[in-house]
Design a protein around this ligand. Structure first.
Ligand SMILES: Cc1ncc(COP(=O)(O)O)c(C=O)c1O
Length: 384
């Protein structure tokens, strides 16, 4: 019998998510409503932030967070050279220009040194990505960014609930943007969250993510049976152009259940990373891509480096082990070529990156099996 492939990522969803979906079905209200409000309230409480707005993706969260600042067209935004394209797409959506900053070889995150080099007076914002869940050096970057009056957007698509220096990731910058896409730390299928302590921007965030309306669509509905002298519960204005980015109740009810499990989701990944690390630490030709600092962490990826990347990927494929490469530097993609800049670390390092299977339900035995295959490759490196 053919052995089953080992998946790269898999969402952890089950009975509690199903019963919450049943609850929402029973109410027959699956659009924007009370579940979204409750999810936002629970998020605020967990992250200890003043405001949380649920949206339908992290891409929407990034776009909204940048757009509500109304920067002048063609101003510049600093973006790490290695990140998912959505981080930079949000810059282009706003008519701004991405400036690609090189990465550190030791954590694959934005280099503070290169950030200072690439900064110019035209820069208005900084996108910080905690790559694979590895925290950026926030204590260095934040005071510098504030001095330069940069708006800081933390792209937390690849982390959720992790800390850096006793402060939750997503609460260091002006805006924290999260992803609930199916592969991520917690999932709703697709979805996202913006959190911020900036009360002045809240109205704009809500309006931008719902067609530009000047009234909350759910509160408007709640007034629909209230008899008033001037019966205008239905009325709204579109004051600025907005997008259809809101979350719905069907998605939010799954998110509420996942948020309850966030510690467990993170700890399950930590437990498996420990197994990988035990086996990988003594290998000669295969190294982890960065040093995993597991205490209070929220790592999404198990990432390794190997100079014979394609050979190793094929060897793992022949053993039914899925892999991927996260990620190609953005200036290598067609749309971003014209924004190319000097990024020597990113250019060199990405050629060696491989992502290994990691998800909470992955059996420890499977991680041992994958690790043993890595050892086999390492011991026979010259033959490959
Ligand atoms: C760093 C980063 N930013 C943004 C996104 C986009 O997230 P979403 O699919 O929720 O829009 C991703 C998703 O892979 C990501 O890895």
């Amino acid at each position: 019998m053919k052995k089953k492939n080992i998946r790269l990522f898999k969402p952890t969803i089950g009975k509690s998510e199903l019963s919450s979906i049943k609850r929402v079905f029973k109410r027959s209200w699956i659009g924007y409503g009370t579940e979204v409000k409750k999810f936002e309230d629970e998020w605020k409480k967990y992250f200890k932030v003043k405001h949380a707005v649920a949206v339908n993706s992290c891409t929407a969260a990034l776009h909204t967070s940048l757009a509500v600042n109304n920067f002048k067209k063609n101003k510049k935004v600093l973006v790490p050279a290695i990140t998912f394209s959505a981080t930079a797409a949000s810059v282009l959506y706003c008519g701004l220009k991405p400036v690609f900053v090189d990465i550190n070889p030791y954590d694959l995150n934005i280099s503070f040194e290169d950030l200072k080099n690439k900064y110019s007076k035209d820069c208005v914002a900084l996108m910080l990505v905690h790559f694979g869940g590895q925290p950026c050096e926030m204590e260095k970057i934040m005071p510098w960014a504030k001095k330069k009056k940069l708006v800081v957007i933390e792209d937390c698509a690849e982390t959720c609930g992790g800390y850096y220096k006793n402060k939750k990731l997503g609460t260091w910058g002006d805006y924290g943007c999260f992803s609930f896409e199916e592969k991520k730390i917690m999932t709703t299928g697709d979805g996202g969250m913006i959190c911020t302590n900036n009360s002045k921007k809240l109205k704009l965030i809500k309006s931008f993510s719902f067609h530009g309306w000047n009234r909350d669509p759910y509160l408007r509905h709640k007034k629909s049976m209230k008899i008033e002298k001037k019966s205008n519960h239905w009325d709204y204005d579109v004051e600025t152009l907005g997008y259809k980015y809101n979350m719905n109740d069907l998605t939010a009810c799954i998110g509420r259940e996942q948020l309850k499990k966030i510690k467990w989701l993170n700890n399950s990944r930590i437990r498996l990373i420990k197994v990988y690390l035990k086996y990988i630490k003594n290998l000669k030709h295969i190294k982890t891509s960065f040093e995993y600092r597991l205490a209070r962490s929220s790592y999404w990826m198990m990432t390794i480096r190997c100079k014979k990347r394609e050979k190793l990927i094929n060897f793992l494929k022949s053993n039914q082990i899925s892999t991927s490469v996260h990620l190609k530097p953005l200036p290598k993609l067609k749309v971003y070529k014209k924004f190319n800049s000097k990024i020597p670390n990113a250019e060199k390092i990405w050629l060696q990156l491989i992502t290994l299977p990691l998800f909470p339900d992955l059996e420890k035995e499977k991680v041992k099996f994958i690790s043993k295959k890595l050892i086999q490759f390492d011991e026979n490196y010259e033959k490959f």
